[in-house]
Design a protein around this ligand. Structure first.
Ligand code: FES
Ligand code: FES
Length: 207
């Protein structure tokens, strides 16, 4: 191999080797960089999606602070974290209405509502209806008067849905009440008594 830089072929060969070396060095650095990038996620502390996050809920005019897994439903939060077990878990799939609560005056299936999304909202549950420890809400009293339950498992959801039916002005006829209550199932089939209780409470609450 000639070192004469005036020799076109040698020049070309030397340039080629220099360029190859630079390219190789650059490539090695690039590969090393990619390796570092590839390693970065492994070296970073992994996020734990199950790590509890702090949340604040306003339920029945009380403020509660707690930490929950972000995937926790409002239903489980009420029952397991706040011990508000009046709200029942039936299907846990949004199909039975047993878990009905109100958020900002609208009924929701608390089993389908994430607790973290209920922050900053006004939540009302069955425990928040009675005015005090010795009196019942008129709708609760009407359910007892009309024998509107048997096992009682669906009852808190029925009462919350019935309350919205009344407050929305839909308790104007048995047909209208049945339509408004169609998302709340009762395996004991207490439907006629439930409708009667809601109609009665609606007229009591008007007075
Ligand atoms: S438990 Fe929520 S709808 Fe059945
Ligand atoms: S009273 Fe038993 S499910 Fe409704």
């Amino acid at each position: 191999m000639s070192d004469n830089e005036n020799e076109p072929v040698s020049l070309s060969r030397r340039s080629f080797f220099r360029a190859s070396f630079r390219a190789s060095a650059g490539g090695a650095a690039l590969i090393a960089g990619q390796g570092a990038l590839a390693k970065a996620p492994d070296q970073a502390k992994p996020l734990d999606a199950r790590a509890p996050v702090p949340i604040t809920l306003r339920v029945n005019q009380r403020t509660y602070e707690m930490k929950v897994d972000v995937r926790t439903s409002l239903l489980d939060t009420l029952r397991e974290h706040l011990q508000l077990t009046g709200t029942k878990k039936g299907c846990d799939h949004g199909q039975c209405g047993a878990c009905t609560v109100m958020i900002n005056g609208q009924t929701v299936a608390s089993c389908l509502t994430l607790a973290v999304t209920a922050q900053g909202q006004t939540i009302r549950t069955i425990e928040g209806l009675a005015p005090n420890d010795t009196e019942l809400h008129p709708l609760q009293a009407a359910f007892i008067m009309h024998d509107a339950f048997q096992c009682g498992y669906c009852t808190s959801g029925q009462i919350m849905a019935g309350l919205q039916c009344i407050e929305s002005g839909l308790a104007t006829s048995p047909e209208s009440i049945r339509e408004a209550m169609s998302g709340n199932l009762c395996r004991c089939a207490a439907y006629p008594n439930i409708v009667a209780a809601i109609a009665d409470a609606a007229s009591m609450m008007e007075d």
